[in-house]
Design a protein around this ligand. Sequence first.
Ligand code: ZN
Length: 293
Amino acid sequence: MPELPEVETVRRGLAPAMEGARIDRLEQRRPDLRFPLPARFGARLEGRTILSVKRRAKYLLIELDDGAVLISHLGMSGSFRVEEDAPLGRFHHARGKQARHDHIVFHVDGPAGAVRVVYNDPRRFGFMALAAGRSLETHPLMRDLGMEPTGNHLNAEALARRFAGKTAPLKAALLDQRIIAGLGNIYVCEALWRARLSPRRRAGTLVNARGGPVARLETLVHAVRQVIAAAIEAGGSSLRDHRQTNGALGYFQHRFNAYDREGQPCGHTGCSGTIKRIVQSGRSTFYCPACQR
Ligand SMILES: [Zn+2]
């Protein structure tokens, strides 16, 4: 399942092809993905120019020149790829089995030339919606989203205000999308390992009596920002270094320290612990009980 760094990598891959480009034609090959596609989808997009491709949490936001915003979520298996737009017929031989999961094709013409931006989604848990730009912040998909885990959006003071008095486990508090938006299971495990904090600790224990952050919450904030930044950097390298065989943007090789490493030795210097897997709120947590307290 794509997490925030994958979505950011998709955004960086799409931006050069889409920003400033005109949508000449939209091929919609089915009426729905996870949800029905917007009414008159093609008619509302064709002829529009794309001003920018942005991201909020795990949503791609494609801003159009009429003020509308196309909100796209990749679900479990969604991906985009950018192909040269050739006259009909030329590429039929090159398209493999995956083509039957190509549900939406944007034919765009812009600074990068005429290209096809193809949305492929075998499991169809992804979706697309159209919002009026002015109402984006109050859109049902956007209005309850918390802080971005990237850059300066996330800071210890703001997090302390949200964690104060919380008896929920730290893992659950970090996965709460109303507090931090777009942070998923993998990077929560990685950040907690890096900060040497137990996923089972109560979130409120990282807040002092005055409602401010204790030093370990500062450490955690740095850890979250670092694991996300490193993954985005790895995604950026994948864009530069190679095209995957199927050309899908945003999927790249990860190296984890805790996630999916059950039974393996902890990588912290001086720790002789072993990574353990537990289940919290129905999801796997990987951590080192020896050094994560
Ligand atoms: Zn350890």
